[in-house]
Design a binder for this molecule. Structure first.
Ligand SMILES: [Zn+2]
Length: 292
């Protein structure tokens, strides 16, 4: 499956000569001859894995911090259509402010006392004026998906399983023409073949000491490719959430007076991908999940 490799770096103007030498040694002549790419924050595409190792070596020789490697997965429509499960992410009109959110109510009776996992939302999703999508049919709040009423109706008619539609209101409590996709079904834990995620180990990245469910993070060097064994696929509804919680829940010990929860990503069946693809909706990204 095709992967795009790129590096990011941020060199000081006085390191320009050494940066130039580094790119020369790695054979990246396009960068060598472009003075705008030799300092400041830059992002450059690499042709292959050989160049990745050459560049790392050259950075060491020039005593420069090695550029950070990112691998991005760019599946073709054919690969997506053939996938048995997919990861779904709505990137458009995206807000990072997850739960708990101001103005909303929650039931904490089943929540982990340390990380807050299991906190249950008991009110409509309340969003700020800035978070209300001004165009299109999609938006997202952390890992919660917002769909416009018109799209929600079509999704309802499609009869998807593992899905309910929650009300969305503005900060004054007035109903908005948007729905929150309520997805609860838990996937089993991923198998070791999963790529692009790492477990936090120390400090604020360490998993919850009480329940141990959170503390997962993206590994920028690799694309995110969840992996499951086949048996779990058979039993899942069209929409489900990962067992892995991304980020760390700050519940017992709020940071700067604010509590926050780790979040669970959305995994869907092929019918969901087909539905969105048929409508050519902008703002949602699907990537294949590996099923063994
Ligand atoms: Zn916990």
């Amino acid at each position: 499956m095709p992967e795009k490799i790129y590096v990011t770096y941020n060199y000081l103007p006085q390191d320009r000569a050494r940066a130039q030498q580094m790119f020369l040694e790695a054979g990246l002549l396009d960068v060598v001859v472009d003075p705008t790419l030799l300092s400041g924050f830059q992002k450059v595409c690499l042709p292959n894995e050989d160049t990745v190792s050459q560049l790392g070596l050259a950075a060491r020789l020039q005593a420069l911090p090695a550029p950070t490697v990112h691998r991005v997965f760019e599946p073709t429509a054919r690969e997506l259509s053939a996938a048995r499960l997919l990861h779904m992410f709505v990137w458009i009109h995206h807000s990072h402010e997850g739960h708990p959110r101001p103005g909303m109510t929650y039931d904490a009776s089943g929540a982990c006392p340390s990380c807050g996992d299991g906190l249950r939302q008991t009110s409509p999703l309340m969003i700020t004026g800035k978070e209300i999508p001004k165009s299109g049919l999609l938006g997202s709040i952390d890992d919660d998906v917002l769909v416009h009423d018109s799209l929600a109706e079509e999704m309802y008619a499609a009869g998807f399983t593992g899905l309910a539609f929650g009300d969305v209101v503005d900060m004054q409590g007035h109903a908005l023409p948007w729905r929150q996709l309520l997805i609860d079904h838990p996937m089993p834990p991923m198998i070791a073949a999963a790529r692009g995620l790492v477990r936090g180990r120390t400090g604020t990245e360490a998993p919850c000491v009480t329940c141990g469910c959170d503390g997962w993070f993206d590994a920028a060097a690799e694309p995110f490719i969840p992996a499951y064994v086949g048996e779990s696929v058979v039993r899942m509804p069209d929409f489900a959430r990962t067992a892995e919680r991304f980020g760390t829940g700050q519940w017992a010990r709020p940071v700067h007076g604010r509590r926050s929860l780790a979040s669970r990503r959305v995994i869907v069946r092929p019918a969901v991908y087909a539905f969105f693809r048929a409508r050519k909706l902008r703002g949602v990204r699907f990537t294949p999940v590996s099923v063994a």
